[in-house]
Design a protein around this ligand. Structure first.
Ligand code: NAD
Length: 355
């Protein structure tokens, strides 16, 4: 087991990364207090709730809430159900919300913990690769509004994050690969050594070898923790985590969130951003080929489909919240392992969107 301390404005919390952690009572118990509300979804509860039971046996006052899975249920209504359960549990300020699931459960449970009595404890137990390397660390919580993703939310740091790598063995292939795209992102934007390590261990990642997974998740969380410690509320460095995301969000929106997993769209977005970096002479020639090669070896998509309208993507990119004035602000690479926020004229962006 490896442990990373994440520092933030209000203190710090540990992220444990290892195998068998859902059954490790000594680790889990020390982060629970008061009455306990466990929040999960049906898929995860069916697979993993039993492993957690021994760690909760010393807590008399507890309830569990199983919410329907899927992004369409990341709503104010689901959040309300969590609050209702906390009320039914007669939870006090020392109570703990335990979030067992992917990013959807983690974001909603975290947001309920942020709001109930103006903030109670939350322990995150992420079970998807995306949630382990990204969503569970950093304190962003929230739900969607019919008019936009994550429009309602709060910053609320967890008290601990417990990553049991064994849960990845049951994850759907596309969900697993989508998580790998975010892993590659950390190497690309701020850690060339990690990027080279990923190139050397792509086969181990594809085979989900536990030791390889442990290193990949650990290094990803370490990178995210360093960024969050430097910039908790996203005024500077944290924006670099959006590498590939402006292109990716436009692609997801253009296809009504029905075609691409978030990580797949981000993989294509990272390639487009790197191609643009090369077109503008910011990185040495061949950088984009290197990224494409790694993403392909991880079986991630690397190009826009032929029938994707470039003008539609450009229109959607103009709506991105990072923009100032009339320029589109993108995260571009200066090298593998180094990125910057760069305002880009639409004509330059069109160059890489055209097939
Ligand atoms: N807070 C943040 O900083 C942050 C960062 C990135 C993404 N997010 C959010 O994360 C969400 C996406 O998270 P996600 O990709 O984890 O999706 P998800 O939570 O919807 O999980 C995907 C699917 O996998 C299933 N599942 C979860 N763990 C499993 C396991 N171990 N084995 C088998 N099936 C399992 C779930 O039931 C679900 O059907 C989005 O809402 C996004 O906005 C938040």
């Amino acid at each position: 087991m490896k442990v990373i301390q994440v520092r933030h404005g209000g203190g710090e919390y540990p992220v444990y990364v290892g195998q068998g952690l859902l059954g490790m009572t000594s680790v889990i118990e020390r982060h629970l207090s008061g009455r306990i509300l466990l929040v999960s979804d049906p898929n995860v509860a069916r697979l993993y709730l039993d492993r957690l039971r021994p760690s909760l046996k010393n807590f008399q006052n507890k309830r569990r809430l199983i919410l329907p899975d899927g992004e369409q249920h990341k709503t104010v209504e689901s959040w309300q159900r969590i609050i209702d359960e906390l009320v039914a549990l007669k939870a006090q300020r020392d109570a703990t919300v335990l979030a067992l699931g992917g990013g959807v459960i983690g974001d909603m449970a975290g947001f309920a913990a942020a709001c109930y009595m103006r903030g109670i404890r939350v322990v995150q137990m992420p079970t998807t690769l995306l949630a382990q390397v990204d969503a569970s660390v950093g304190g962003k919580t929230g739900v969607n509004h019919a008019r936009g993703k994550n429009l309602i939310g709060a910053f609320h740091a967890p008290n601990a994050v417990i990553v049991d790598l064994d849960t990845l063995s049951t994850l759907d292939e596309r969900d697993y690969r989508a998580g790998l795209a975010e892993v590659v992102k950390y190497g690309a934007i701020r850690d060339s050594g990690f990027f080279a390590w990923l190139e050397a261990h792509a086969e181990g990642l594809n085979a989900r070898i536990p030791q390889t997974l442990e290193e990949a998740v650990f290094q990803s969380v370490r990178n995210k923790a360093e960024v969050v410690a430097a910039d908790e509320k996203e005024s500077g460095q944290r924006a670099l985590l959006n590498f590939g995301h402006t292109f990716g969000h436009a692609l997801e929106t253009a296809t009504s969130y029905e075609v691409w997993r978030h990580g797949e769209a981000v993989a294509i977005g990272m390639v487009l951003a790197t191609r643009l970096s090369e077109f503008l002479g910011r990185v040495e020639a061949g950088t984009c080929d290197r990224l494409v090669d790694l993403l392909r070896r991880l079986h991630l998509p690397t190009a826009l489909p032929q029938d994707q309208d470039p003008d539609q993507l450009l229109r959607l990119m103009r709506l991105d919240k990072k923009n100032r004035a009339d320029q589109i602000r993108l995260i571009l690479l200066d090298a593998i392992g180094k990125a910057s926020v760069v305002p880009c004229p639409a004509d330059d962006i069109r160059e890489v969107l055209n097939p």
